[in-house]
Design a protein around this ligand. Structure first.
Ligand SMILES: Cc1cc2nc3c(=O)[nH]c(=O)nc-3n(C[C@H](O)[C@H](O)[C@H](O)COP(=O)(O)OP(=O)(O)OC[C@H]3O[C@@H](n4cnc5c(N)ncnc54)[C@H](O)[C@@H]3O)c2cc1C
Length: 572
């Protein structure tokens, strides 16, 4: 307690503001890299209303390496049979205009990832993250605690936090501050960092309701239903076909008032969307929401970092928001851990923005492209702002076989939006904590849809099924979050010996054929090394350096590479 103002003051290496997916994953990974933290969250508990529902393969890989209970995650997800399609319907119980498969969720993706994408609603995901976090001695979560303001100096940040229940304020002195406080980030505002990009693309009322719609969905189980009837427009998201749904209904903040969307009004909107009065929906929560496509101009100010939605806000068309936030956390936490442990200089932190901001920009653009392209379906149906005219054209179009063909073609043109494995797994860093190896980047025909595994520095190290001590594991399971890993080809023992002489940075060693079996040499081929080559993989499973062949002086080569990775990491 400070004797001057009587305010309690606690000290912790990292203060994380916000216990959404980005904040909780940050805390979990900080703990894995040996850094204690406190998370303050103004809500009383985890998210209760559904928001995000796409948890993609890369995010699940991170969950797996962070020790989450993957069986529990799977059990909380919609089955791929239920969540395998998106539909365009007049109304839920009306006419189907078209359908598309929803993402690659089947066993064939197991060739490129151990964890295919799942539909796991955020309000089911967050309690599982929290359960895992509660087991970490180094991470402390305080619900009902709100970050109010801070001051920072050369050595740290002093934040003022208020316990909402008691009203008591206390000070937290931390070496670093992570702003995982979401789209309306107060920390970002305090730092004076501007979000760049359109801030109001379209607004919606989100009506979260309970109902079992299995009978209406019948032989069309799906995850999203885009509705075209001008008297029922919007989109239905099935978080659980048997119990939990959201209707996203267009909302005009300039001409409408949110409070006019009463429970009765919302229930009626839902009945219209369903196109059936046989089911009585229970309206659970109603909120308004505005679609934006923004990326913060900077990700860092001094000792404070933006993580998740505080750094970027995307249109939901692509399901990239939550995923990008979890991946930000994965990129940043090990770097903070490395500096705290003394094996990397502070400048390593410059690589966070250099690596993650371009990914967010790309994801914002793709989400926006997906949203814009959806207008083609509305155009093919003759829909416009004029509801009278829309009614007539919509009816005419769907009654006319040529009109329906045009609508189907417009739906087919949306395929990329719902099939983004290339973007989800293929993002790679071009500049940052890595040493380029001069190899050409191989760009697939459609980089959003097609995923080409690559071990070029900056890329996520390829997954393959390998053997260790008689067990079949994913090659991604070989990497620990608190060290670099040197992977050497079967004749690359000299690289592994050289790694033992590096004492400045923790490096684990794996020699293929000695420490891990690579049946058929598939993984070695994906790594792009000869039998005497090697590569260095960072704690976040991105390749930092690669030598396709052996070297005359592996000790010196490796030492130089590591120095460059951890020290000259802003990409300059
Ligand atoms: C309708 C909808 C659908 C979506 N669909 C998808 C999808 O399918 N896939 C996807 O990836 N993303 C989707 N998203 C986006 C996704 O919900 C967000 O990207 C995600 O929640 C961001 O996580 P976060 O941890 O960065 O922020 P948040 O989840 O917003 O968490 C921030 C937390 O900080 C807390 N906080 C704020 N200020 C303070 C303060 N001063 N003190 C203490 N705590 C504070 C908040 O209470 C909140 O809990 C969707 C969003 C919406 C609205």
């Amino acid at each position: 307690v400070n004797p001057q103002d009587g305010i309690e003051r606690i000290e912790v290496p990292v203060l994380v503001v916000g216990a959404g997916p980005a904040g909780m994953m940050s805390a979990l990974l900080l703990a894995s890299s040996g850094l204690s933290c406190r998370v303050v969250e103004r809500r009383a508990g985890p998210q209760r209303a559904p928001a995000a529902h796409v948890v993609n393969a890369r995010t699940l890989e991170i969950c797996r390496s962070a020790g989450l209970d993957m069986a529990a995650l799977d059990a909380a997800s919609a089955s791929p049979a239920d969540a395998g399609h998106v539909y365009w319907m007049t109304r839920l119980a009306g006419q189907e205009l078209g359908r598309l498969p929803f993402e690659q969720q089947g066993d064939d993706v197991l060739a490129v990832t151990p964890t295919p994408l799942r539909n796991l609603s955020q309000h089911r995901f967050e309690p599982l993250l929290l359960e895992r976090l509660r087991k970490e001695a180094g991470a402390e979560v305080r619900f009902g605690h709100e970050w109010e303001e801070a001051e920072q100096d050369a050595d740290g940040v002093t934040s003022r936090v208020r316990d909402r229940e008691s009203g008591v304020r206390y000070a937290v002195r931390s070496r670093w501050l992570l702003a995982a406080d979401g789209a309306g980030s107060r920390v970002r505002e305090w730092l004076g960092i501007r979000p760049v990009g359109p801030d109001r693309i379209q607004s919606f009322v989100m009506i979260h309701f309970g109902a079992s719609l299995r009978p209406l969905v019948a032989e069309r189980p799906g995850v999203i239903y885009w509705l075209s009837d001008p008297d029922a427009s919007g989109c239905l998201v099935a978080h659980d076909i048997d119990s939990t749904w959201v209707l996203m209904h267009p909302f005009d903040p300039d001409g409408e008032r949110a409070e006019d969307y009463t429970e009765a009004v919302c229930a009626e909107l839902v009945r219209e969307a369903l196109g059936s009065r046989a089911i009585d929906p229970t309206v659970l929560t109603v909120s308004t929401w505005t679609m934006t496509a923004q990326v913060a101009e900077r990700y860092r100010s001094g000792r404070a970092f933006l993580v998740g939605d505080s750094a970027h806000r995307f249109p939901p068309t692509g399901g990239l928001g939550l995923n990008t936030g979890v991946q930000d956390a994965h990129n940043l936490a090990w770097k903070l851990g490395a500096i705290a442990s003394g094996w990397a200089p502070e400048c390593l932190l410059d690589s966070y923005e250099a690596e993650r901001r371009p990914v967010a920009e790309e994801n914002a653009q793709q989400s926006l492209r997906n949203a814009t392209r959806m207008l083609e379906v509305a155009q093919a149906l003759g829909l416009s702002q004029d509801r009278e005219a829309s009614r007539a054209r919509h009816a005419e179009t769907i009654a006319d076989p040529a009109g329906l063909r045009r609508v189907r073609a417009a739906i087919e043109a949306q395929a990329e939006h719902f099939d983004m494995l290339g973007l989800q797994l293929g993002f790679a860093y071009e500049a940052g904590a890595m040493v380029p190896d001069g190899s050409e980047k191989t760009v697939p025909a459609n980089p959003v849809r097609d995923f080409l595994p690559s071990a070029r520095p900056g890329a996520r190290v390829p997954h393959a099924w390998v053997g260790r001590q008689g067990r079949r594991i994913s090659s991604l399971d070989l990497f620990a979050y608190d060290a670099f890993t040197l992977v050497a080809g079967p004749e690359g023992g000299a690289w592994a010996d050289a790694a033992t002489s590096v004492d400045a940075v923790p490096v684990r060693r794996i020699v293929i054929g000695r420490d891990v079996e690579d049946p058929g040499g598939r993984w070695t081929a994906l790594l792009g090394i000869e039998t005497d080559g090697a590569l260095l993989v960072r704690p976040d499973q991105h390749v930092a350096w690669r030598s396709q062949r052996g070297s005359r002086d592996p000790c010196d080569t490796l030492r130089r590479a590591l120095t460059r990775i951890v020290a000259a990491s802003s990409g300059a």
